[in-house]
Structures are given as C-alpha cells and as structure tokens.
Design a protein around this ligand. Structure first.
Ligand SMILES: [Zn+2]
Length: 184
C-alpha cells in the first residue's frame, strides 16, 4: 500500500465496516471531511481494504455513501444504547443480501472474490455483512463513538476494561494528549 493511500484515508480501524464509515471524518467537527469525493476515490479505498474493483460508476458511489451513512447511524444508535432505525437496518440487510462475494484462502490470508458482473455490489455486501456481524454480535456493547475532538468515529473497544475512548490512539488519542500537555 502506498503512502498516498494512507494519507487519503484513515485505515487503522480494526473493524472493516467502521473503516468504511471513517471515509467521512471529523463528523462532529465544524467541517466534516468527505474523503470519497469521486468514484475513483471509492475505487482506491476498496483496493486498499482488499476489495479491489476495476471500475466504480457514479451511481455506485452514491449507493456506497448511502450504505456508509446507514452503517454509521446504526452504529451510533447502538453506541448510545438505542435501537437502530428500522430503515437503516433494512438498508444494511438489503446490501448484505445483494452481495455475492466469496471468501478464499490465499497464500497468506483470506481474500475476497468478487463476481465479474457486479463487483462493487459484492464489495458493498461484504461491508454490510461486516457491519451486521459487529452491530448484531456479542460485542455490540463495545461499539463506541470516539470522544476525540470533532471525531465521533465508530470503533470497537477491544480493551479488557472496556474503557477505551478514542477510535485510534495514533490520531485522536494523541490529539487529546497533546492538548492536555499544552494546557497544563
Ligand atoms: Zn477519533
């Protein structure tokens, strides 16, 4: 993976579906930052997470962003102890059901095989399935919203004490620490 891709996207979230929701960052800030600003950017992001497709159509980008926001709203609801909106659950379920991706054991790790007919649909199916797995699984009580300044990004708290507050120590955790040092 090139440095450029790492600069364009935040790829450090352990949960694939939450890595997807992080393509809109600074959600609670004054100016949320949309990183999927065109079909080519979605193509680049999919490639970076092992869901490479040859091409993304504008309509597919639109569908992807709609799914991403449904995942985010459902995750944010669960993080605050609420039930996801029925329409968002339906959107996740429909995207998961529409996908035909198959896992395959590659040389070193599992890979996703997408169909030639509708690879983007399949990729979105993988993302929706991952969201359902996390948001409906035994760790759903560990789904949280980052407390970093303006972030509000979703993450899964895998700490033993279930007391993690930031989506990533490298970004939001560090920001908070630096701010504390500056004011102390
Ligand atoms: Zn954060």
């Amino acid at each position: 993976m090139t440095e450029d891709v790492r600069r364009l996207f935040r790829l450090d979230n352990e949960v694939l579906a939450f890595r997807f929701t992080a393509t809109l960052s600074d959600r609670a800030g004054a100016s949320p930052r949309e990183r999927l600003t065109g079909p080519a950017l979605l193509q680049l992001w999919l490639e970076a997470v092992g869901l490479g497709v040859a091409d993304v159509a504008p309509a597919e980008l639109k569908r992807a962003v709609a799914l991403r926001e449904a995942i985010y709203r459902a995750g944010a609801a669960i993080a605050s102890g609420a039930r996801p909106d029925a329409a968002d659950a339906r959107a996740l379920n429909a995207a998961a059901a529409a996908g035909h991706a198959k896992p395959a054991l590659g040389d070193e790790r599992a890979e996703w095989c997408l169909t030639k007919a509708a690879p983007v649909r399949d990729a979105l199916g993988v993302l929706a399935t991952d969201a359902i797995r996390v948001l409906g699984g035994p760790d759903r009580g560990r789904v949280k919203k980052c407390e970093g300044p303006g972030c509000a990004g979703l993450f899964l708290d895998s700490s033993r004490a279930n007391n993690r507050r930031w989506c990533s120590m490298n970004t939001c955790g560090n920001k908070v620490k630096k701010a504390r040092i500056a004011t102390s």
